[in-house]
Write a protein that binds this ligand. Sequence first.
Ligand code: AMP
Ligand code: MN
Ligand code: MN
Ligand code: MN
Length: 314
Amino acid sequence: MKASDQPAALQQGFGALPAFVITSRFVFRAHLRLSVNPANFDFHSHSSVSDGFLSPDTVAQRAAANGVDLWALTDHDDLGGLTVAAQAAEEAGIGFVSGVEISIEWENTPIHIVGLGFDAQHPDIVQGLAGLRAGRLERARRMGEALAAKGIPGVYEGALGYVTNPNLISRAHFARYLVSIGIAKDVSGVFQYYLTPGKPGYVDHRWAGLEDAVSWIKAAGGVAVVAHPGRYKMSGGEMRRFLAQFKDVGGAAIEVISGSHSPDHVLHFARLARHFGFHASRGSDFHGPEESYVDLGRLPQLPPDLKPVWRLVC
Ligand code: AMP
Ligand code: MN
Ligand code: MN
Ligand code: MN
């Protein structure tokens, strides 16, 4: 049979089919029937609902403009952007998966766990995150007191001026205010000299436990992912112990490709993903054009032998 005798769809090949068709099981959970793999998924990004600079709909539009075809908004400890993000993603013609980045501590090390593809109305995650946000406010007041005691008054009030969601204050807002008063020339300088352990504006804080965060995500039908594992101050042995516990409590994936990962991190965490049987995620950790490692979707592909995490949420 000549090519011209074939039905039109076959002549055109899979390129003629939509990349995916969305139906929804949960309010925010995208279900994709894939005829081809997403070419450019980005499952880690922030909006003004936490410490990002752009509104959720603007982040969606920017993701689409950058060629992202499957996207998750993962604001810190808050689900308030997901409705607008889902709508804007649909209007922009890209797939959307609900997301969040949950602040936890493990053996006194602060760690971030990304949740993907969950029911954003589920009371376990809704209530758990409300507690984390209240704790952030209390920590912020203590940060202000600690800085005042070192001779820099008014920083809590100043940081509030940079907050875009009154329920979600982060060290990033402190950093932006401290840059504005000339304490350091950029936010990374502020973090280095004022906002990290042992520095004047850093205070100890009790975040969620590992098991709590994973259980909230799983109760809501989602998938738990270790965010940017290359950024934690842990020895190799501690990281393996942490990942073993993460797996034990139901964790399913780690970010292998992250905006903050070096090529060596990618090789290292790809090996650990294989070793533990984790799925692999990929996310820019975009916060805004001025304050990000990379722009949305501007990331290397996952090593091809790894199991992409979108298979678990689509
Ligand atoms: P928090 O969750 O309040 O402890 O704040 C952490 C946030 O601060 C991160 O999500 C980043 O947005 C930002 N951040 C942390 N470390 C740095 C750094 N070295 N440079 C710039 N931003 C940072
Ligand atoms: Mn942040
Ligand atoms: Mn993070
Ligand atoms: Mn993040």
